[in-house]
Design a binder for this molecule. Structure first.
Ligand code: UD1
Ligand code: CA
Length: 461
């Protein structure tokens, strides 16, 4: 059959449940895996299938759930009272503008690791109903897949309705299912709640399909984690680790050296060039790009950063919104805040904070400094304890240093201030006025020596 015969695809995502076991003020589906909500994982996977529509059924804290999604390609359906998965899906397809041959795919918003490839396998053939199932050693709590002697799927029986023999079945319903729109509409219309939970079970459509002699196909997922739903924070924590180790494996496979595959966290996207080395305990957030031969020492945090070829970030550094050129050396214990740009070969050492500043090629800020709202030229040296006083209590001001400027240790540059090329600032100076090119300035009190002075003596009586 051609794709036209199989009809367009509509996706209904179930997200109305309460998530009591999370014990959280936050809606369950907004808890995060890899720094993104479970719902956002689910929607991204849904979008890969290029569906004609995506509808999300919301209920508990629905406003918050809706507000978490910025994209406008979603239709939100309210389910005020949760009367079961069958009820949720019937609301989900109510008034849907679909052809009779259309297919409806039901997803759960609390199953974040499901991959589009698995869904492609589920939706590829035009059958009446396709179910995603999985085998579990401990199937307790799940709906069991009941097959006949020939292996054909007959129905799904929920844990609470299952007989002792049925409870032995280890193949379970993941909840993810595809059905033809026209059939589904008809079947959902005749569901009843005569079961142990008094709910409208979506799963009952399977028995209706097999009763009509319609083909029901079960696709068995080969990985339990990818179909695991999250109900509590234990599952949340476990799936987070699975998600992280998958990303670590992907990185390692594509040529990045990780000191420990189990000690890296990527909450966003990390792109690495060739021969990148990442030590233990690093956290990458947002979008981070590392060039060739970049080395990141242990326990660093990089958020929305770009690090060019051959640069090194040493242990315990915290970089946010920073751009590093080639051959930079940063840390240990450096803090680079948004708007930091290091030009080629620049060095930033321990206990240095830099914000909204450009550090020119080959320049060094090696120890205990704060550089904010500044522009530092080529080959400058900022001595230990250099502070740019960029804030007057009301406004921020800029500090501009030319090329080859030498700033002696423990100096303050009170902005706005400009220092010319080749100028030298004596250690311990407080610079409040512009400094001319090539000049030496010393702005500290003179040293006084008194050889007639005696230390006070402790009184004795
Ligand atoms: C359901 C399946 C079960 C399957 C299991 C997999 C049914 C009757 N049973 O059981 O066969 O093994 O999932 O996890 O379908 N939801 C709504 N509105 C409702 C009810 C549920 O949006 O009225 C949402 C929930 O938020 C959740 C999902 O649907 O995301 C599943 O609901 P849940 O109550 O967890 O279903 P189970 O009883 O676990
Ligand atoms: Ca469940």
């Amino acid at each position: 059959m051609s794709s036209r015969d199989t009809g367009e695809l509509h996706i209904v995502v179930l997200a109305a449940g309460k998530g009591t076991r999370m014990r959280s003020a936050r809606p369950k589906v907004l808890h995060e895996i890899g720094g993104r909500s479970m719902l956002s994982h689910c929607l991204d996977t849904a979008r890969v299938l290029s569906p004609a529509s995506i509808r999300v059924v919301i209920g508990h804290q629905g406003e918050a759930v809706r507000a978490s999604v910025a994209e406008t390609d979603i239709e939100w359906i309210w389910q005020d009272e949760q009367k079961g998965t069958g009820h949720a899906v019937s609301l989900g397809i109510d008034g849907l503008d679909a052809s009779d041959g259309a297919r409806v795919l039901v997803l759960y918003a609390d199953v974040p690791l499901l991959e589009a490839d698995t869904l492609h396998r589920l939706i590829q053939d035009p059958v009446a109903v396709a179910l995603l199932t999985v085998r579990m050693d401990q199937p307790h709590g799940y709906g069991r897949i009941i097959r006949d002697a020939s292996g054909a799927v007959l129905r799904i029986v929920e844990q609470k309705d299952a007989s002792d023999t049925e409870k032995q079945v280890q193949e379970v319903n993941t909840g993810i299912l595809m059905a033809r729109f026209a059939d589904l509409k008809r079947w959902l219309g005749s569901l009843d709640s005569g079961n142990a939970q008094g709910e409208l079970y979506l799963t009952d459509v399977v028995e209706m399909a097999s009763g009509e002699g319609k083909p029901v196909r079960a696709v068995v997922a080969d990985d339990v984690w990818s179909v695991t739903g999250i109900n509590d924070r234990l599952a949340l924590g476990r799936l987070e680790r699975v998600y992280q180790s998958r990303q670590a494996e992907r990185l390692a496979f594509s040529g990045t050296t990780l000191a420990d595959l189990h000690r890296i966290d990527i909450r966003g996207s990390l792109t690495c060039g060739q021969d990148v080395q990442i030590d233990v305990g690093c956290v990458f957030e947002g979008e981070v790009r590392l060039g060739d031969n970049v080395r990141v020492g242990p326990h660093c945090v990089l958020r929305d950063c770009e690090v060019a070829d051959g640069s090194t970030v040493e242990a315990f550094s915290y970089l946010e919104g920073a751009t590093l050129a080639r051959g930079n050396h940063v840390g240990p214990y450096a803090r680079l805040r948004p708007g930091t740009c290091l030009d080629a070969g620049a060095k930033v050492g321990n206990f240095v904070e830099i914000k909204a500043s450009r550090i020119g090629p080959g320049s060094k800020v090696n120890h205990l400094s704060y550089v904010g709202d500044s522009q530092v030229g080529t080959d400058c040296n900022l001595g230990a304890g250099t502070i740019t006083c960029n804030y007057d209590g009301a406004n921020k001001h800029r500090t501009i240093l030319g090329d080859r400027v030498f700033v002696g240790s423990s100096s303050q540059l009170v902005a706005p201030v400009t220092v010319g090329d080749d100028a030298t600032i004596g250690a311990g100076s407080t610079i409040t006025r512009d400094v001319s090119q090539g000049a030496l300035v010393i702005a500290r009190s003179r040293q006084v020596e008194r050889s007639d002075w005696r230390r006070p003596q402790k009184k004795t009586d």
